[in-house]
Ligand binder design. Structure first.
Ligand code: NA7
Length: 553
């Protein structure tokens, strides 16, 4: 199957591979494992000093998986791996996920094909040779037939433009690129800007240590208890002993009558139950915590305004119950549809505002004007701080591809192509960018599916496409413009049946000034993977293959 030998070839100063992977996080590591297993020569590059991607960079206090409970946030491709890794908590901590990924890198001998502390700075396609040339921060120039961008959906930090930030004499850290050395908050006055998943995980932890914490909140958020707890050995054993069924369940297509494929809910309709029964369900789900609050809820939750408003009112009631000061509770009251921003899980977030050493500033009433030497200046005055924590999120989903800004056929730039819309085909390919594949790109379920499993399935699709090309003697593949437009219609048709587009969020690009607004996530859940498999089985409709490769290519 290999189009070259397994080892790289040298071409003057240029190393040549079949595949270059950008990123050695969850997606890049699996892509390396799988594509190398096909006999291709593969090299992965990552700017960090170790593997793990997002789990290396997001090492802020309180960082943990905010999605499915362990062991579902893990790779599924190896039953042996599932058997040998002992997850210790239901919501795995950042440290444990990173340790797991380090273990995977060793277990599958990935490190020998990963070059760390190396950023890919430029990538350009040459139509004549049907190859990508990649320049790195270490001065390497590498040539590859295929470029697999495993750059992460949440890996380009977004930092606000704060006038006077250079004058600030304290320390400034971002949750998405946390320093390698622990940051000490003891005896310090800390300011936190941002109350998304990261801020809401970090604030209770920082408040336990700091002298004082001032939270600068732009948009109040709903959050549900994570109810993190040790994972019992019998729970792990139950998954391991039934691994085949568990995995098959994760892959099963959504029922055709589900109100929303990615969120089928508990199988009951809210409209078949009395208001009392519905309140009892919300209460039980709150007690259970975790993402069960979404996935165990009624299937109408994310598609029906009336039911969503009822759930919002329930959660607003919880905020009033927990937060003792009514004025602070008022400031914390969210007003968007629940679940249309990323659902958040917390450990004592609302209760943190009952602490004497925590103050909440509502930026909608009292906006930040800038930084001074000693603190944050808002419209009403100065808030002295020693450490500023930016929990201000990411240029999500498309941001890291835009940062890379590859050059496709004839020098076409991705930034130009995506100036007003993030067109892609299947979320995996972009027209005018032959032989370039993305994992978790805009138009995939990405951040709204199990990220490791999604990465496996997308990689396998890419691998099958490469295998198909080899069998057919093809040198290049790309999506057509028409196929991209059709895909966009499909993504939007599902999204428009839901409440998601009604809210400003990073799913729609609204968190970044000047970014095109549109909903960039495929809400098909596991149905998406059945859909792309069907497209492959039926002969790759929407793709154009070009003969090749040229001799010695
Ligand atoms: P998010 O969810 O994008 O949250 C960022 C927060 O920062 C959010 O509250 C933003 O308010 C706020 N923000 C962003 N820019 C500003 C400025 N300029 N001024 C004030 N406040 C601002 O990112 P996270 O890192 O919390 O979560 C991403 C995670 O989702 C990921 O790591 C996974 O854990 C899941 P806004 O809501 O935009 O008004």
């Amino acid at each position: 199957m290999a189009t070259t030998t397994h080892a790289p070839q040298q071409d003057g100063a240029t190393e040549r591979y079949d595949v270059v992977i950008i990123g050695a996080g969850v997606s890049g590591m699996y892509a390396l494992h799988h594509l190398r297993g096909m006999g291709l020569s593969v090299r992965a590059y990552d700017g960090a000093p170790t593997v793990g991607g997002t789990w290396w960079h997001n090492r802020y206090p309180g960082a943990r998986v905010d999605g499915p409970s362990a062991p579902l946030y893990g790779y599924t491709f190896s039953a042996e791996l599932v058997k040998e890794w002992d997850w210790t908590e239901t919501q795995s901590s950042q440290g444990e996920v990173l340790a797991y990924l380090e273990h995977v890198a060793d277990r599958f001998d990935l490190r020998r094909d990963i070059q760390l502390e190396t950023w890919v700075e430029d990538a350009r396609y040459d139509e004549a040779t049907q190859r990508w040339t990649v320049d790195t921060s270490t001065g390497l120039c590498v040539s590859a037939r295929f470029l697999v961008c495993a750059v992460g959906a949440l890996s380009t930090p977004n930092a606000p433009d704060l006038p006077g930030i250079d004058d600030f004499e304290g320390e400034c850290v971002h949750t998405g690129s946390w320093p390698q050395e622990p940051v000490s908050f003891a005896g310090k006055r800390v300011g936190v800007i941002g109350t998304g998943s990261s801020g809401i995980q970090a604030i209770p932890e920082i408040a336990k240590e700091a002298l004082h914490v001032t939270v600068f909140q732009r948009t109040p958020q709903y959050t549900v208890p994570a109810r993190n707890r040790p994972l019992a050995p019998e729970e792990l054993a139950a998954v391991r002993d039934n691994w085949g069924d568990v995995r098959a369940g994760m892959l099963a297509p959504p029922p055709p009558d589900a109100p929303l494929p990615m969120m089928q809910g508990n199988g009951r309709s809210a409209f078949d139950e009395t208001p009392e029964q519905r309140q009892a369900l919300y209460e039980a789900l709150w007690e259970q915590g975790t993402l069960a609050f979404v996935f165990g809820n009624y299937g109408e939750l994310l598609v029906n305004e009336e039911i969503n408003r009822e759930v919002c009112a329930f959660l607003q009631g919880k905020i009033r119950e927990i937060v003792r000061d009514p004025e602070t509770a008022d400031k914390l009251m969210p007003d968007h549809f629940y679940g249309t921003k990323r659902p958040i899980l917390d450990d004592g977030y609302y209760d943190t505002y009952n602490r004497e050493n925590v103050t909440l500033v509502d930026l909608r009433q009292d906006p930040i004007e800038g930084m001074t030497q000693v603190g944050v200046r808002t419209a009403t005055g100065e808030h002295p701080i020693d450490v500023l924590v930016l929990a201000t999120g990411f240029d999500a989903i498309s941001g890291s591809m835009l940062r890379l800004d590859p050059r496709g056929r004839g020098g076409a730039r991705l930034k130009e192509k995506w100036k007003s819309h993030f067109h892609s085909y299947l979320g995996l390919m972009v027209s005018d960018f032959p032989n370039l594949f993305m994992i978790h790109g805009p138009g995939t379920p990405g951040v709204l599916y199990l990220m490791p499993l999604g990465a496996e399935l997308e990689t396998e699709w890419i691998a099958n496409c490469i295998r198909h090309m080899h069998e057919q003697g093809m040198g290049a593949v790309e999506a057509t413009h028409e196929a991209e437009l059709d895909w966009d219609r499909e993504v939007n048709a599902i999204a428009n049946r839901t409440l998601f587009p009604k809210t400003d969020s990073w799913y729609t690009g609204a968190n970044i000034e000047g970014k095109p607004r549109h909903f960039a996530v495929h809400l098909g859940g596991s149905g998406y993977f059945h859909r792309i498999a069907e497209i492959a089985d039926e002969g790759y409709e929407g793709l154009v293959f070009h003969a090749g490769p040229p001799r010695n290519g």
